[in-house]
Design a protein around this ligand. Structure first.
Ligand SMILES: NC(=O)c1ccc[n+]([C@@H]2O[C@H](COP(=O)([O-])OP(=O)(O)OC[C@H]3O[C@@H](n4cnc5c(N)ncnc54)[C@H](OP(=O)(O)O)[C@@H]3O)[C@@H](O)[C@H]2O)c1
Length: 198
């Protein structure tokens, strides 16, 4: 069975754990403070979400990065062997506290993340909806909530589209990072776009 980790247990990590739990799917979670700090968190998702340390989370087949863009380097440096595993970039590159897009000198934020996880197949996903919307039931009377994804490995995109579908959302694969990420990333036209597919 494919193992899945969510690294980051803040607003987006919590929203994802909520959806995994509701879909009856299992995942491990990790934060910077260790599993002992996550007893209350995992109690909300008993049977589906288990807390581990970051080192263990980084061994999963699919690793979802649900932390601030600037925190990623220190989190992923504890794994050097990616060997084609999938890393899902849910981050937005933002300057705090003024909430402006980070100037990455022509690079896409997910390209910066990709350099930190050499050999991984990186997919950008779960970054377009605000956390309370991501946490809400994606199946509504008007249709399924849409989640966008993009990445340079079509097989990894398919795998994450399938995961998104199992979580109850309607996946839309935008293609390569250069095609999709500029639309998905902070200040792009799909950022905060809350669409329903009937
Ligand atoms: N909030 C939103 O509505 C929203 C929407 C779209 C995209 N995003 C993006 O999603 C990402 C997460 O945002 P958020 O709002 O969920 O942030 P958040 O609530 O501040 O949570 C950040 C999480 O990252 C963990 N973390 C930080 N450094 C770490 C490390 N070195 N190793 C492991 N875990 C680490 C923190 O753990 P500790 O608490 O233990 O430090 C915390 O659980 C950001 O890139 C943000 O731009 C957010």
């Amino acid at each position: 069975m494919t193992s899945i980790a969510i690294i980051g247990t803040g607003k987006i990590g919590s929203a994802l754990a909520t959806r995994f739990h509701a879909a009856g799917m299992t995942a491990v979670v990790a934060n910077s403070r260790g599993p002992a700090s996550l007893v209350e968190f995992t109690a909300r998702f008993a049977g589906s979400i288990r807390a581990v340390d970051v080192e263990e989370a980084l061994q999963s087949d699919i690793v979802i990065l649900a932390m601030h863009f600037d925190s990623v380097a220190s989190a992923v440096e504890r794994s050097s062997k990616w060997g084609g595993r999938i890393v899902v970039d849910a981050t937005n590159a933002i300057n705090f506290p003024d909430f402006t897009p980070r100037d990455l000198k022509g690079k896409l934020s997910t390209e910066v993340i990709s350099e930190l996880v050499p050999g991984a197949r990186v997919v950008k996903a779960f970054n377009t909806l605000v956390a309370p919307i991501l946490a809400a039931d994606p199946k509504t009377a008007a249709g399924r909530r849409v989640l966008f994804l993009s990445g340079d490995h079509a097989d990894a995109n398919r795998e994450i589209a399938n995961l998104i579908d199992r979580l109850g959302f309607f996946p839309i694969d935008l293609g390569s990072l250069r095609a999709g990420a500029p639309m998905q990333q902070f200040s792009g036209p799909l950022a905060k776009m809350n669409l329903l597919k009937d």
